[in-house]
Design a protein around this ligand. Structure first.
Ligand code: ADP
Ligand code: MG
Length: 702
């Protein structure tokens, strides 16, 4: 639809009832254009569809009514209680409302205000309603035109009153009035045809865009609201997935990958020699990876699995597959210590088939280093393990085919950049030990393929977790002494107090001194973020070798160090940690054959729900889902982060199905028409550009 000036794209200033001053205030809500006003939807509603007619109220009723204030004032009872009174009227009659002890309402409630009140009706010189709650629905001088001044919510005329996010100098009612005055014109400017095919809307039971926006701003009944929200949520998720899908397709088109196909002369003997059978989840992930590697497009896959779920075996299989096809494979770890640890476990796993990966870290120097480098350059070194930095910057491979990236922490923007720039056509497999809910993973990493090991190898003894108040500290520290006396090792984790590393280091140091006095027979080590990297390493080595029995640490130990003899962890002020972090911490114990224990201390009278959940399960995915539920996505996903935009309408726990659907449809479209050039996809491309125009780079990964 063509017009001289578009209300949708033009400044909000020119809309009815706005003007420069209000436009300035609207801008604080990030509303600059008509379209942005249209998408500024209410955050809640006052549902007045079930109000009682005033005439019918009887003493003893619990009533909800809407009426306009016809008179008001403050009276004083004999006992000197000041009571605010207001008489309100609807089409059927009048009733007096009384707010004992709240005389200040005199200043906020005015004659002519339309009030929604609810509370008990009693008999007191006639019928009187004592509101438990009241809401002002409209005030005559909010309005910019006569139509909206009266009664219901303007054009819709319904009895569900939207409440908008507001800002200083602009009340939610004023925003409602502005929306009411302009909604029809704005909706009329939207294209007649919905951007989504009618079949989609039918299959997903979603209303068309115009209907949805109209329902959100002016619902006639509350039941209209949720489908309308879902429609906007789908739209939001779909375009984000479309963005991801295009990034993925672009990578695939531009980069010729390697198709690893060869007789399984390494993988097969390796599997035969394993002292255990792969779990179902490992088999599934291995099949997914194998299929990716055989395709000629480069693999870009995230392998997610809890600590101890057996990612290393799967990674080893992938590395062997690359090797048997005549390519080299490298595993990169974030620290030297982790690289060494990976090297050790790979050596053990690969020993039966007589393969030995080359280790390359900063401490490998001199002649040894020269040997490693030349074997990798010549291709005789088929497998390598090293730190990220070394492998990326300093090493020449004869024919690198696969990079396995171990990212113990949350897989971040940096890694994605590396994957993008990493290497023309090299397959990339990223391992993450941070379980995140699938919905979150899809939203964050929609451009990657994801494999999840959601099953632990059989026979693991779950860590026994206790949640204890301050009064039980003594007993817990005695228990720790018993464990240490039996030859085990332990951790005491000291929390981040106020984001200050200095204070934290000081607190942890004091704790170490205290514990050293308490346990004179044991070696107590200290690990915190203020230590130099070399100091940290030497402490960790002391702990690994068993010279240090007890390690007092801040959260720096989160990063995946594996000390099988450590069987007990005490976490101070555990209520300060999020569930995901607690889970990561606890994963440091329970890695050996002994029964392991974790004690989480809290301050206060009773443990927060989070800690109860924490002690009830050791399944990282269950905890991650709970974390999402308890914290809400706002915390994890509210702001632009991880290189993805914030979600406004979608709620990841509720809309998971919608998200899966959005992803599937986005990928289907892009598979057929990567440039969105076909007539029926052009509109989607235009919308995408409008949403992310110029910022695609920011969110693009692949
Ligand atoms: P992750 O890297 O996911 O933390 P690992 O690969 O280090 O886990 O595996 C943890 C331990 O479990 C290792 O000792 C490994 O040998 C063992 N393991 C792996 N897969 C299985 C399996 N399917 N059955 C039994 N033990 C397994
Ligand atoms: Mg491939």
């Amino acid at each position: 639809m063509k017009r001289g000036r578009s209300l949708l794209t033009g400044s909000v200033q020119y809309l009815k009832g706005v003007g420069p001053r209000r436009a300035e205030r609207l801008e604080r809500l990030e509303i600059r254009t008509g379209r942005e006003l249209l998408y500024h939807v209410p955050h809640r509603y006052e549902d007045a569809t079930t109000v009682d007619p005033i005439a019918g109220l009887k003493p003893g009723d619990d009533a909800t009514v809407i009426g306009r204030v016809v008179s008001k004032g403050v009276l004083q009872t004999r006992s000197r209680l000041r009571v605010f009174h207001a008489v309100i009227r609807d089409e059927t009659g009048m009733i007096e409302c009384a707010w004992p002890g709240r005389p200040w309402l005199e200043r906020t409630i005015r004659k002519g205000d339309l009030l929604l009140v609810s509370g008990p009706v009693r008999f007191y010189h006639g019928r009187q309603l004592q509101p438990r709650e009241h809401t002002m629905l409209a005030r005559p001088d909010d309005s910019t035109d006569q139509g909206a001044a009266d009664g219901g919510n303007g054009a819709g005329g319904g009895r569900v009153f939207p409440v908008y996010p507001a800002t200083e100098g602009l009340t939610h009612r004023q925003i409602r009035t502005i929306v009411d005055a302009n909604l029809e014109a704005l909706l009329a400017e939207l294209d007649e045809a919905d951007p989504f095919p009618a079949a989609w809307l039918r299959e997903l039971a979603l209303p068309p865009l115009r209907t949805a926006l109209s329902s959100l701003h002016q619902p006639r009944v509350m039941a209209e609201v949720e489908p309308a929200r879902r429609r906007l949520a789908f739209e939001e998720l779909f375009y984000l997935q479309l963005l991801h899908a295009r990034a993925r397709a672009k990578l695939r088109l531009e980069t010729q990958g390697i198709s690893f196909r060869a007789a399984p002369e390494l993988t097969e003997p390796f599997l035969k020699a394993l002292p255990f059978k792969l779990t179902g989840a490992q088999k599934r992930c291995w099949a997914e990876i194998r299929e990716d590697m055989e395709k000629s497009t480069p693999m870009n896959r995230l392998l997610q699995g809890d600590v101890g779920s057996g990612k290393t075996v799967v990674a080893a299989l992938a590395m062997l597959k690359a090797a048997e096809a005549g390519f080299q494979a490298a595993l990169m770890a974030p620290t030297e210590l982790l690289a060494e640890q990976h090297h050790r476990s790979l050596c053990e796993l690969l020993d039966p088939i007589a393969m030995e990966p080359q280790l390359l870290t900063g401490s490998i120097v001199g002649k040894k280093r020269a040997e490693v480098l030349s074997s990798l350059a010549a291709g005789s070194g088929r497998l390598a393990v090293g730190t990220h930095a070394l492998i990326q910057e300093a090493v020449e491979f004869q024919s690198l085919g696969l990079a396995v990236i171990d990212e113990q922490h949350r897989f971040g923007v940096e890694q994605r950049r590396l994957m993008r720039e990493g290497g023309g056509g090299v397959d990339a497999l990223v391992m993450s030990a941070t379980p995140i809910p699938r919905s979150l993973a899809l939203a964050l990493y929609g451009d990657l393929d994801i494999s999840v090991i959601d099953e632990l190898p059989p026979g693991r003894r779950p860590i026994i977790t206790g949640v204890r108040g301050e009064s039980k500290r003594e007993a817990a520290f005695e228990f720790l002494r018993e464990q240490l006396s039996e030859g085990r090792q332990g951790y005491v984790v000291y929390p981040l107090i106020d984001e200050s590393e200095v204070l934290e280091a000081r607190g942890a140091t004091a704790m170490r001194d205290e514990l050293a006095r308490r346990y004179p027979e044991f070696q107590v080590g200290l690990l915190h973020g203020r230590l130099a990297a070399s100091e940290k390493e030497s402490i960790m080595r002391g702990f690994l070798s068993g010279q240090i029995h007890l390690l007092v640490a801040t959260t720096v130990i989160e990063v995946g160090i594996d000390v099988p003899n450590a069987s007990v962890m005490l976490i101070e002020d555990a209520d300060r940690f999020g569930l995901a972090q607690l889970h990561q911490l606890r994963g440091r114990v329970g890695r050996g054959a002994d029964q392991s224990y974790c004690v989480a201390f809290y301050r206060g009278d009773s443990p927060p729900e989070r800690l109860q959940v924490f002690s009830s399960t050791t399944d990282g995915f269950v905890l991650a889902e709970e974390d999402l539920r308890l914290r809400g996505q706002g915390d994890m996903f509210g702001r632009e982060q991880h290189g993805v935009p914030a979600l406004r309408f979608a709620e990841l726990d509720r809309d998971r199905q919608l998200l899966e659907d959005a992803r599937r449809r986005a990928r289907e479209i892009v598979a057929e028409d990567p440039d969105l050039a076909r007539p029926r996809n052009r509109r989607l491309g235009r919308e995408l550009t409008e949403l992310y125009g110029g910022r695609e780079e920011l969110y693009r990964v692949g």
